[in-house]
Design a protein. Sequence first.
Length: 295
Amino acid sequence: MLKRDADRSRAGKRIIPAVAGATVMLLLVCGPAGAADLVIHRGDGSINWTRSFISATGRCEATVASEGAPIDPEDGRTLSINGARSDTYRRAREASLENLLRAIKTIRIDPDRRLDDYLRDDDTVRRRLSETIAEETRFRRYPAGFLTSACEARLSFGGLIGSLSWDFPTMELPVIDNTPLKTDYTGLIVDGRGLKLEPMLFPSIYDGDGAEIYGRTFIDSRFALKHGLAAYCHTEDEARTLGRAGDRPYYSVALKSMNACPVISEKDARRVLAAQATRNSLKRCRVVIILDRNG
């Protein structure tokens, strides 16, 4: 692995060979997510920016009367063991949905807005998101005690993105054809460690002049609607292991942050935008952004 200081002193870049990296244990992540995933926790919910899904858990314990029999917490009637377990699962499921929505609201959509901004201002988004959650959320039930049930709710980024009232213009990426040697790359990995970057569904990448060279207006919506515009991780090894940027990606070290998104050097921008094959890879959202472990 390259030394970070050496990378930044060169405003570095390199082609990463397609070799398997060792899995790195991420202390902030627990539960069903992969050990190396970049996960942001929001109460009982979490956003997995590596594997493109939101999940949340709910938990409910049966109410037990003084004589030891489970009872309905609303009307006090006595329940059977099976009835109590069914009731706790139903309540755990409802709690997981509430926690899922709380986590979803915190997601940053683009450099300017979080999803909560859309939900406040757009009735159509609220309606479509409600329908999406009802139709596409997947649940996993599991016991958490003799009379306690837990439930995990999970929604993919694809379902969430489909709820937004956004168009995808599919404009052509900028072309820089003054590079003598044009190289075909299968994707782009941007190292944004040490900068104030944030994960978002629709990030932008800028060149040194502040011009957007990658973003929502340039990509093929068929790919964005599945996984968003970029995957996020913590190290070069993890970026390679993901495979999203292909087996011959271009590696660029971001120079600074703009609107919580990476800015790459003019030289790197030329290398990335020179070849049609590389631009086609970007249109398919084959981009990985590396962020710090400490958020």
